[in-house]
Ligand binder design. Sequence first.
Ligand code: E4P
Length: 218
Amino acid sequence: MKFFLDTANLDQIREAQELGILDGVTTNPSLMAREGISGRNNILQHYIDICDIVIGDVSAEVIATDLEGMIREGKELSGLHPQIVVKIPMTREGIMAIKHFSRLEIRTNCTLIFSIGQALLAAKAGATYVSPFIGRLDDISVDGVELIRSIVQLYRTYRFDTQVLAASVRHSMHIIQCAEAGAHVVTCPLKPILGLIDHPLTTAGLEKFLADHRKLNS
Ligand code: E4P
């Protein structure tokens, strides 16, 4: 399973890259705004800066909602860097744009997926990734991880190449549940990934090993 970082924060991306487990980055307009990145040129440069840090796919989202605008922006984004994946929302125009890019072999990430039917359509249109938002489903008492499991199963049944990129992942347990459900990728902030490292028995065990070593070697 691949680990993507869901942020536009360059320091966090550097930290995850140094950890050695980072496979890519996803961004969205809210995450770019959180970093104070505004203006077309600054936004495009920020995507290039992210690509220069991480070795792996970097999702960059279109702002246009009409087909012509999505295609124009998507071409500009994909031309920025070979690592860019064009992120397109699940709308009628979005499906058409994904189909268009699929014919041109431009990679896409269909975002804002909340149902199995949306995931089916995105795969049929040729999306490289689909992004089901599991945390936002959990927020409204719908089991997000179950949606991941259903999409993975559906894609296996019909041998779709589309990868399931679990998004809106809020905590470490989500990562584990997505792995068990067969997600190809999880994307989340750095904190839930770091949360996988610590265990009180690891800490206690290491302290004891070092104390025993010190007894005979000091
Ligand atoms: C996915 O690509 C989105 O950027 C993201 O995971 C949304 O997460 P949120 O629900 O925490 O905003």
